[in-house]
Design a protein around this ligand. Sequence first.
Ligand code: ZN
Length: 486
Amino acid sequence: MILRSSPSTARILTRPLISGSVSARHFSAASAVSLNMAEHNSNQASGASLTAYKPRYIDIGINLADPIFRGRYHGKSRHPDDLKGVISRAIEVGCTKLLVTGSSFKSSRDALKIAEEFPGTVFTTAGIHPCSSSIFSPSHHKHHDESQSEPEDPPEQHTPPCGPDPTKPILDGEGVDHARSATIISDLHQLITTAPKSSLIAFGEFGLDYDRLHYCSKEVQLHSFSAQLSLAASLSPQLPLFLHSRAAHEDFVRLLKDAFGPKLEKLERGGAVHSFTGTIEEAKELMELGLYIGINGCSFKTEENCEVVREIDLGKMMLETDGPWCEVRPTHEGWRYLVQWEERGKKEEEEMKRAEEVERKKAEKIEAERRAQEEELEKKAAQLELGGDGGEKVEGEQGQKRQRQPKKPKQQQQQTKKNQKKENEVPDRFKVVKKEKWEEGAMVKGRNEPCTIERIARIVAGIKGVSVEEVCEAAWENTVKVFGPF
Ligand SMILES: [Zn+2]
């Protein structure tokens, strides 16, 4: 793959070099220093811009209602509830708004509770994911209590992972339980209309997923999507849609058009198709319909995936992590853009250090010259006053001046310390531990979190050959336009 323009060139084009360098280092995973420390260092650096760009992110798809963020894995408690830590790490990287996905009755309600706990940061969606849609089928007794008549403490559910799982698909034929469907839709309507408007800001997650028919048959998924679309269209005012479409593009678009018109002209607030892994043609059709596209780690798995991301307009893109799933892995095609980002960051840091060194030497030379001149003048003055009682005084002043001479090694010391840090190919910004060795403040290996959204922005920037700033600002504005104001 050949980049149309190199990321560093693009960055220079959008910002002055120094500012860009500071911005890059500011938020480098490698620097592993706190924001304040990074700010402090950058302000010390000679010539550094004080208006260095600080990325801001909105994670449009994060499953914080998943019990895994409470330390519970498959029904077993493995470590303390660390949801607060997850959210504070997100905020630390600049991800200050989290759109928590509701993908079933339980997760939609749990998401609302989280929003109550973190007002202004956590916002929610409510809907029934295609993989949770078997509640519409006659044979699915377990999910009967998923609707409002559920017991106080329904069984814990993990959100379905984003990867395909074609094992044992449920075949069509059992049909839909229409009486139950009416109850589900009425319960969902009630949930949505009674939820605080400041928290619940989107309808979803809902849609179609033909990669995972083992959770729910195609015909029941189609019914679930269609019934929820009718509900979404009937709301007044409508909510923007948070949509899921996997290997089902044709049916997905057809049902959307059935509900909102051939150009989705009746869709008042727009929507985003999240976790996009489709083709360029599919992406284009969605964009032409005015929909936005959510990009996460699953969108960078293959070279073809990355080619699609390159073709998605920044004006139609939103960013997400889809945690606890969809982390960017070293096996993903997109990983190499993270490596490039790190390498470029190191190079820019070195260049900045070199420039600082030149500046420092220049300043030292000027200072030395000035001092020599001063001493020369003082010497002459002393010679003129020779024999008088001012001689001693001048000597004293000179002595003081000489003492002031050794200065400025502090900055150098800090830089050396930084260099001594062990750096991997793509270092983690926060410590990562296995769940069995959980510790406060650390991320859990294999459990994706919203703080990794900076990686999504860096990869998109790398693929598209633009600056991280351009990606972040576009995604922020798109998200506020559709799901805001926050
Ligand atoms: Zn999804």
